[in-house]
Design a protein. Structure first.
Length: 237
């Protein structure tokens, strides 16, 4: 039996709302609701209109379009903010990959807080800009990068600039789902992980991955990226 959450406390720990005062958190919590989803249950469908954005308390939410995996959202992460601000319909669907609890924060209370609080408004702008930058980088990698570069780019996206002693992470999805996300077969992904591990660039234990030397892995990705860019430039010429 999962413990009940206090909405104010949960919202206060989300990066977007961290540092907000008690009154602001109370206003946001008043416009939030808990949504419990059984495994496979849809949260929203493509074409529906957004009424707010979401944060995952526990479980995992699968974002997909035309049956193809786009992303997996785990605990402590938010999603569907941009489409809410744009007042457009969802261009993909969301469903629970496992039993999940999601909090929906209503659009009117978020917009009201943006108008009321300039610091919060700036934080929203920074968050959206960060998402755009990440998407541009991913598009560049997918357009110009090899399969190896796509994987390394994914592994490094949340890594710090430096991590003495190495950086450890847990894949937020099964390797088969990650392969689909990177447009690879599961066998191809396994081969790449094995090759990178053999080179000493990764240590793989199930879904746990350790990167012993971040600069070295970044350098490996960069070398492949420069080659791909030169090749693309020649084709364009």
């Amino acid at each position: 039996m999962r413990r009940e959450i206090r909405l104010e406390a949960f919202l206060a720990n989300l990066p977007l709302f961290r540092g907000l005062g008690e009154e602001a958190l109370a206003r946001l919590a008043a416009g939030a609701r808990r949504l419990r989803l059984a495994r496979g249950e849809p949260l929203f469908r493509e074409g529906e209109r957004p009424e707010g954005f979401f944060a995952v308390v526990y479980g995992e939410i699968r974002l997909a379009r035309d049956g193809r995996l786009v992303n997996l959202i785990g605990p402590g992460r938010t999603f569907a903010e941009p489409v809410m601000y744009l007042e457009k319909s969802y261009h993909l669907g969301a469903s629970a990959l496992k039993d999940s609890l999601v909090v929906q924060i209503a659009k009117p209370v978020v917009l009201a807080e943006i108008e009321r609080n300039p610091k919060f408004a700036r934080r929203v702008i920074v968050d959206l800009a960060r998402r755009v930058e990440m998407m541009v980088r991913e598009l560049e990698t997918y357009a110009l990068g090899s399969a190896v570069q796509r994987l390394i780019s994914y592994l490094l996206r949340d890594a710090p600039p430096a991590a003495p002693g190495g950086f450890e992470m847990t894949l937020p999805m099964a390797k088969s789902a990650l392969a689909s996300r990177l447009n690879l077969s599961a066998e191809h992904l396994s081969r790449i992980l094995g090759e990178l591990q053999a080179r000493g660039l990764l240590e793989v234990r199930g879904r746990r991955i350790r990167i012993p030397d971040l600069p070295r892995l970044r350098g490996h990705r960069g070398a492949r990226g420069r080659g791909a860019s030169r090749k693309a430039a020649k084709v364009a010429a």
